[in-house]
Ligand binder design. Structure first.
Ligand code: GLN
Length: 226
């Protein structure tokens, strides 16, 4: 069974571990460089605070090794703060007036993995604490090239052509995907806005799939390990 590492330096890692175990994976928490050096079939970057996580990944010595594994093609699932850590570009801190010094620094400083050809902006849905539920649409990545889950996707797409496949979405101070590079494909949209993407073996979502019952994103992630 697949051995999946879940980055566990901060944030919502426990929910991912529970879900992965329910889906038949061996889920291991990654807390220090040693953990990331053991063989893994996939890695999950959970939600939380991307600034804190990027600092802790650096301090624990995991940032470099994880980046090397992801660049080499290790199947990767990043959610919310995990999306921010994967994004090649984190857009302008925005208008910092009215924020105290700590909040302004927090908004600006994320030094992440930068392996996903996407531009994101942090805390971009509504107010700072804005959290909400919505129903998105499964796009399935269209004709994603060389996708090992193409068979599943084809089935999904046939269903999608009859009626859009709804995906429950939970957003918590979520980042917005502003732009995608040519290698990144939409997986889920909300009102035409891309909220989950896939680029090769990297999957990233602005929302929290670990908090809703829908396993679609996890199944896509697990299919990459076959
Ligand atoms: N607002 C967080 C950040 O910018 C992300 C929120 C989340 O992961 N739920 O890092």
């Amino acid at each position: 069974r697949p051995r999946v590492g879940v980055v566990a330096v901060q944030g919502a890692f426990a929910e991912h571990v529970r879900r992965l175990r329910r889906l038949g994976c061996e889920a291991v928490e990654l807390r220090r460089a040693d953990d990331a050096a053991r063989p893994l079939d996939g890695v999950v970057l959970p939600g939380g605070e991307s600034t804190t996580q990027s600092r802790l990944l650096r301090e624990t010595g995991m940032l470099g090794p994880l980046r090397a594994l992801i660049v080499a093609g290790l199947p990767t699932l990043g959610t919310c703060a995990g999306l921010i850590l994967l994004a090649a570009r984190v857009e302008g801190a925005g208008d910092l007036r009215g924020l105290d010094v700590a909040a302004a620094a927090d908004r600006a400083a994320v030094e992440g993995l930068r392996t996903l050809d996407a531009t994101v902006s942090r805390n971009a849905y509504g107010r700072q604490l804005g959290s909400f539920h919505a129903e998105g649409t499964w796009e399935g990545g269209g004709a994603f090239p060389d996708d090992p889950s193409a068979a599943d996707a084809a089935t999904d797409d046939r269903v999608a052509s009859a009626a859009p496949v709804p995906v429950p979405l939970t957003f918590i101070r979520a980042p917005r995907i502003e732009r995608l590079g040519p290698g990144a494909w939409p997986l889920v949209t909300l009102d035409g806005q891309v909220v989950a993407v896939q680029q090769d073996a990297q999957i990233a979502a602005a929302f929290h799939p670990e908090l809703d019952g829908d396993d679609r994103l996890y199944r896509r992630f697990l299919a990459l390990m076959r």
